[in-house]
Write a protein that binds this ligand. Structure first.
Ligand code: AHG
Ligand code: MN
Ligand code: MN
Ligand code: MN
Length: 320
């Protein structure tokens, strides 16, 4: 028998969430059941194989899979998806007390190139006395009770926060369970990487131009930052969480509110980054304080290591 240590106390996502729930007196286990449906949804969406399917966009297939998994959990009242123009109100009989906002397939333009893609989601409790309406999701991201994403690449990586830190799980295909592999993820206070689409540089405002130039042409004695831009938010944010640095999708002359959607891209990622000790702003304040005016509202976003984001804020204030 080799003397390598055999792990006999494997912590699955379901068990870890239950342990978390036990810390909250009022926990009813409802959220645990909902997160099991989310696990099912991402597991199926990540594995969905279009062979034999009529040629439907993967965005649509993963959307249908996720909606069915959430609806059948009986824990959801309202769903908002990037792929559905209107909010989905779950029919009586199956309606629960959570609202899930999600991007079923983030980075889909990259999928043919084999680049990592993912599912991004955030969860609100319905407001007290509400039976579930779109008003339950037109709320600041700080009112979410769960935020997370699942990234599909060489493995399936789930990163999740229930408001008490951030944990990472990896899908073990042999047992079909997500296993805790990255407990208590903390983002470095400063990184050495910037992540932005430089192809938009001619449309940037002066603050962005000055900030990114300060990273590329630092004062003597300082090294330039490295540029990394994958083009799937889920992959760029995952790297930023683990390595530090800054990810940005700024507003510019072409897109006055930036490109990323507030509810199901900016809010969940901002929530995770803050829970990991980082910062997420939109140029005039904290992303998580914004009240969306409609379910597909967009927002500029700068997120990542606290010191890097604050460097950008200082330059931005000069032009305010
Ligand atoms: P989605 O595939 O869900 O529509 O999201 C794509 C987003 C996001 O994943 C990424 O950060 C951004 O588009 C990249 O946009 P550009 O190609 O304009 O840089
Ligand atoms: Mn997206
Ligand atoms: Mn998408
Ligand atoms: Mn899209």
């Amino acid at each position: 028998m080799s003397d390598e240590k055999v792990t006999t106390d494997i912590i699955t996502l379901s068990r870890h969430v239950l342990d978390e729930q036990r810390k909250h007196k009022e926990a009813s286990g409802e959220l645990t059941l909902l997160l099991n449906a989310v696990q099912l949804g991402v597991g199926l969406a990540g594995a969905s194989n279009v062979q034999g399917e009529e040629q439907k966009k993967l965005d649509v297939i993963s959307n249908e899979i996720f909606i069915n998994a959430l609806r059948s959990s009986g824990r959801v009242a309202v769903m908002v998806s990037e792929e559905d123009e209107q909010a989905i109100i779950v029919e009586d009989g199956l309606r629960g007390r959570y609202c899930v906002v999600f991007d079923p397939l983030d980075g889909s333009s990259n999928i043919d190139a084999g680049v990592n893609v993912g599912t991004i989601f955030g969860i609100y409790r319905t407001r007290p006395g509400s039976n579930g309406t779109v008003e339950d999701v037109l709320r600041p991201g700080k009112e979410m009770v769960v935020a997370g994403y699942c990234m599909y690449g060489s493995s399936a990586n789930m990163v999740l926060s229930l408001g008490n830190g951030v944990n990472g799980y990896t899908l073990d295909n042999a047992i079909g369970e997500f296993i805790l592999t990255h407990p208590n993820i903390r983002i470095p206070s400063r990184g050495k990487i910037y992540s932005v689409n430089e192809g938009n540089a001619m449309y940037w405002d002066e603050a962005c131009t000055e900030y990114f130039n300060s990273l590329k042409f630092p004062p003597p004695g300082k090294n330039p930052y490295s540029a990394r831009y994958i083009g799937s938010m889920v992959a760029d944010v995952h790297r930023t969480l683990l390595y530090g640095g800054i990810f940005a999708y700024p507003a510019d002359k072409k897109s006055k509110n930036g490109k990323l959607r507030l509810l199901y891209e900016c809010f969940p990622m901002a929530y995770l980054v803050e829970q990991a000790g980082g910062k997420a702003v939109n140029g005039s304040g904290r992303i998580l304080d914004i009240v969306p005016d409609q379910i597909h509202a967009r927002a500029p976003i700068f997120l990542g290591s606290n010191d890097d984001v604050e460097d950008w804020e200082k330059i931005n204030e000069k032009f305010a």
